[in-house]
Design a protein around this ligand. Sequence first.
Ligand code: COD
Ligand code: ZN
Length: 365
Amino acid sequence: MRTIPQTLSLTFSIVCHKTDIKALHRNFHQIVATGICRSDDHVVSGALVMPFPIILGHEAAGVVESVGQGVTSVKPGDKVIPLFVPQCGECKSCLSTKGNLCSKTDLGSRAGLMPDGTTRFTCKGKAVYHFLGTSTFTEYTVVPESAVAKINPAAPLEKVCLIGCGFSTGYGAALQTAKVEPGSTCAIFGLGGVGLSVVMGCKVAGASRIIAVDINKDKFAKAKQLGATDCINPKDFNKPIHEVLMEMTDGGVDYSFEVIGRTDTMTAALACCHSNYGVSVIVGVPPAAQNITFDPMLLFTGRSWKGSVFGGWKSKDAVPKLVADYMKKTFVLDPLITHTLPWTKINEGFDLLRTGKSIRSVLTF
Ligand code: COD
Ligand code: ZN
């Protein structure tokens, strides 16, 4: 039994002036890449409540700078991706073949602390909180060993950082959570970076019809490029979108995915799948303090309603394999990266996200 804290530090970009931030094991920094995800902005807007001050960022790739005592799975110099859903290997979810939501994740408690209850950042002597156990908008961060995956040293960090959140979340919702089968019909509500990754997952799984749904028609070209066979805008119809989909697919899709984070589209996605064997997956983060009222007959007839966090992947096991698949060109990441910006333009990156002009912005040094 290990009793020593298993921590290590990575190198990333800096959120505050370098001399103001102190991270354990600070040393040299090397390669830097961190994407800006909608969840980072949710904290800024208050939709996701976290303690302040906090270092945001959770979709990144970096290089191990140093390791704490007892750390065996990575060593200084390794290229790694931090994991906002860790894999401790000991909790009920990790031990179950079915689960992936490790109890060590801070998604539920949102305490902004390391699993040992500490924060490893200070700014001008004041404690600064961690975000989802990762905190990647900073030159150095500290994560538990269970929250970092070693990846192929040849992987381009400014691309594979997306495997740390958005890409894996969508791609896994199709392949791992829904387990889309060849020849099936799928509907994806919401064509941001996560929804487009669901489209890619459905295509890799061999779906024969992939219907992309968005109120912004500018999203359709990229969805088609990545595998959508049909693109529809709910604003173009004078009937509910689930009825349109039911008619288009002669009784409903096999699999539907809500990748927006709205309760009305969650219900529409459930209603558009086949009444007897359709499966609907909630991928979008549910809005805080909102409930859904729905006709239970929708489920009584046999539909299944599921949720998916981090694509259902057991993170530490899956992330190195996803990077290997990227290197084998099983899927692409370039179409998701609309902007690569220097770290100093982080605010521009957030503006691009808020105005719907970017899919993913990646910040690099
Ligand atoms: N009908 C159809 N499309 C809509 C509607 C609507 N009523 N409203 C908005 N849309 C479209 C927008 O035009 C946009 O194209 C898309 O929905 C949403 O895209 P983005 O870019 O806002 O969001 P993404 O793809 O980055 O996805 C983010 C989620 C919304 C899925 C967000 O909840 C998320 O990041 N989920 C990940 C879940 C998770 O595990 N989070 C924890 C760490 S991130
Ligand atoms: Zn994210």
